[in-house]
Design a protein around this ligand. Structure first.
Ligand code: SAM
Length: 256
């Protein structure tokens, strides 16, 4: 197994240009084992063949080993569309907005929403941000970010809301205070209701179809009619009407 793993790491470096040696060995073993099984491969050799053959399996593998990776305005052009949907669809429909950023990692996503609200002077009732991972939530609350995490933030917002101290970007209190962080497991925990937008991006790709479908149903249930579900760039919903959604674009769905 050890030899096989060494061979796999070398293969990943050669073919995918990812250096797995930079990752913690124990975690990496566990994670690769999980993702390999869910792809239906029996061993690393078989898994490597699948990765090479299937773009989707390759993407899930790469995302899985960098599971907490996030950034402000991830996929900026998509975030811009979400901003448009907030101002043109949600504002006329609802007095003040209840937003939920589920699987928020270190908070870059809900804080991006808070900056959008501030910029457009939108009235929010609540921005709830949740994740399964306690450690990551603790980091989120500090509001301190690395350079690669803020690279999509427009210069004007960077100057206005961040202060560079000791090599880290510290988010302004006026943005931080708008976001409420809480632990929540998308699979096991109950979902709150009455949201006008639910953002759940780059996490369902790790789940089996049945689980994913269950999550779509529960998200639909947690939204108000006319509310919006914002998914990841590669997580478009097949057959959205069966979950009570109308497709606005590949990553925006409205509750009907
Ligand atoms: C790749 S990050 C996505 C962060 C952010 N949504 C984005 O798109 O940039 C995936 C996050 O999902 C969280 N996660 C994994 N399983 C989860 C679960 N069952 N319930 C809630 N969060 C989960 C991880 O802790 C991680 O922070």
């Amino acid at each position: 197994m050890e030899l096989e793993f060494e061979y796999f790491k070398k293969w990943v470096k050669d073919k995918l240009r990812v250096d797995l040696n930079s990752y913690k060995e124990k975690q990496l073993h566990r994670r690769i084992g999980t993702v390999m099984n869910s792809a239906g491969a029996k061993n690393l050799k078989e898994y490597a063949e699948l990765i090479q053959k299937d773009e989707n399996i390759k993407r899930v593998f790469l995302d899985y080993i960098t599971i907490n990776v996030t950034e402000f305005y991830r996929n900026k052009e998509i975030f811009d569309e979400f901003e448009d949907a907030m101002t043109s669809l949600l504002v006329p429909r609802f007095k003040s907005l209840n937003i939920w950023s589920a699987a928020c990692s270190i908070g870059a996503e809900p804080y991006s929403v808070a900056m959008i609200m501030e910029k457009n002077k939108l009235k929010e009732n609540r921005i709830l941000a949740t994740d399964i991972d306690d450690t990551i939530l603790k980091r989120a609350k500090t509001g301190k970010f690395k350079e690669n995490e803020i690279k999509n933030v427009p210069k004007q917002e960077l100057d206005k809301y961040f202060e560079l101290k000791g090599g880290e970007y510290h988010l302004a209190h006026e943005i931080k205070r708008r976001v409420e962080f809480k632990k929540h497991d998308l699979i096991l925990d109950k979902y709150e209701k009455n949201f006008h937008a639910v953002i759940c991006r780059n996490v369902t790709i790790y789940f089996k179809n049945e689980t994913k479908n269950e999550i779509y149903k529960k998200i639909n249930d947690s939204l108000e009619k006319g509310g919006i579900f914002f998914t990841g760039a590669t997580e478009s919903i097949y057959n959205p009407s069966s979950f009570g959604f109308r497709k606005l674009s590949t990553f925006l769905y409205e509750k009907v």
